[in-house]
Design a binder for this molecule. Structure first.
Ligand code: ARG
Length: 459
């Protein structure tokens, strides 16, 4: 491509470190899409003749078919996807192929391809997150009233419902989609036509190529156009936060799957056995989702570090934007699919969850609230009285509901046997009717609201 100035080819090791074709061939579709739009614009503006552009477009389509069919030979000597495609175009249609690069550079070309690829991927991820939300909301609707322990510090805190717990993740995933949509909005400007860095002297029509490629508008500054990788960073940030959510949920699945918790069962589809311990059913899918979050965060970190010291505009360092990003976003996609499958597969053991919902004096707050409501005690005093009752029950190795009325009255004489009504876990969750609270009727309503919304979005 630069044979004019060059007398010899690159060292073998130069070719090795320079080539990106092994990973950027993933952008073949986007590269051809971009070239077709660029070529059409060159014809429309009269920069190239219609015949030349017809030959170029026809050739590009053939190249794409070859790539799709798997018959295209990728060459490392040709460095990257852009030059591989252009070189094959030349084989197919002859020297006229060389006219395609009029008024553009690989710098704006790769920025365009990259944005198109990220945009496509965001759209896929959005639909996948929506599917996961749907699976969670369906399960939440079915188990809106299934009582389970709610934890803080992983200590029994207050009873909640399984549906409520699942809907917490639906909310998180909703924000993840919001962040991706936000990133998509900002990335949707077209760098094509910024050329190497300064723009071009050809009378190109950037509005036209932007529109043809589904961008909202062309980017406004040619230097920024080729130097910017914010769109990748922003998408990786959103992906990382989503991965945090999937990882936390995975951790809970791992915990819930232990015989000690035994809150859920997963079928053979999402577990593996052990080669030595015949009884084992390991939650590998959840563990892998938890584990893959590491490479997703890593890709974000790596790109931040790659970019932070680069002077404007393009430097070859920026070729390092792709591998990690491809891997991270595809890993997230895989995790989302596996998580959705697992949620469908998951069978809660409502008896086990209910049994443990009452453990650890989890209705102590209900008792304190009763003292406030019925005896008009200030909450801090009620907290103290309840604390003494908990200590008493603990000393007797029993639950609060097992204390006798006389024992209760030895701590606070005004207590009546009405108090026992608030010590059950069912009663406890039913009472949490504040907006966003865990009362089963609330949870059912929220699950239905989500399902209606998600079904509408799915169309
Ligand atoms: N393969 C290159 C990349 O991914 C394409 C851009 C090359 N531009 C250049 N000036 N060498 O960044």
């Amino acid at each position: 491509m630069w044979g004019g100035r060059y007398a010899s080819g690159p060292a073998e090791i130069m070719e090795e470190i320079n080539a990106s074709i092994d990973f950027d061939k993933r952008m073949a579709r986007q590269d051809i899409q971009g070239s077709l739009a660029h070529a059409a614009m060159l014809a429309e503006t009269g920069i190239l003749s219609r015949e030349d552009v017809a030959a170029i477009s026809g050739g590009l389509k053939t190249v794409f078919e070859e790539i799709e069919a798997g018959s295209f030979t990728f060459s490392r000597a040709l460095e990257d996807i852009h030059m591989n495609i252009e070189s094959r175009l030349k084989d197919l249609i002859g020297p006229v192929a060389g006219r395609l690069h009029t008024g553009r550079s690989r710098n704006d070309q790769v920025a365009t391809d990259n944005r198109l690829w990220v945009r496509d991927t965001i759209d896929t991820l959005d639909a996948q997150i929506r599917d996961l939300q749907m699976a969670l909301a369906e399960k939440a609707h079915g188990f809106a009233g299934a009582v389970m322990p709610g934890f803080t510090h992983l200590q029994s805190a207050q009873p909640v419902t399984f549906g409520h717990h699942l809907l917490a993740y639906v909310e998180m995933l909703g924000r993840d989609r919001g962040r991706l949509a936000d990133a998509r909005k900002r990335l949707n400007e077209c760098p094509l036509g910024a050329a190497a860095l300064a723009g071009t002297s050809f009378p190109i029509d950037r509005e036209m190529t932007a529109k043809a490629l589904g961008f909202d508008r062309p980017t406004a500054n040619s230097l920024d156009s080729v130097a910017d990788r914010d769109f990748a960073l922003e998408t990786l940030s959103a992906a990382s936060i989503c991965a945090v959510h999937l990882s936390r949920f995975s951790e809970e699945i791992v915990l819930w799957m232990t015989p000690q918790f035994a809150f859920i069962r997963l079928s053979d589809k999402f577990t593996t056995g052990s080669s030595i311990m015949p009884q084992k059913k390991n939650p590998d899918a959840a563990e892998l989702i938890r584990g893959k979050s590491g490479r997703i965060f890593g890709a974000l970190q790596a790109l931040l570090v790659v970019m932070k010291g680069l002077p404007l505009t393009y430097s070859k360092d920026m070729q390092e934007d792709k591998e990690g990003m491809f891997d991270a976003l595809q890993s997230l996609s895989l995790c989302l699919a596996a998580m959705t499958g697992m949620v469908h597969d998951m069978e809660p053991d409502t008896r086990a969850m209910k049994r443990w919902a009452g453990a650890g004096f989890s209705t102590a707050t209900d008792l304190a609230d009763w003292l406030v409501r019925v005896l008009d005690m200030p909450f801090r005093d009620a907290h103290h009285v309840t604390g003494r009752l908990v200590a008493m029950a603990e000393a007797q190795k029993t639950g609060l509901e097992k204390l006798s009325l006389a024992q209760m009255q030895s701590v606070e004489p005004r207590i009546t046997d009405e108090i026992f009504k608030v010590l059950g876990v069912e009663r406890s969750v039913k009472s949490r009717v504040s907006y966003g609270g865990t009362a089963p009727a609330n949870v059912k309503r929220q699950a239905r609201r989500w399902l209606t919304r998600l079904e509408k979005e799915a169309g």
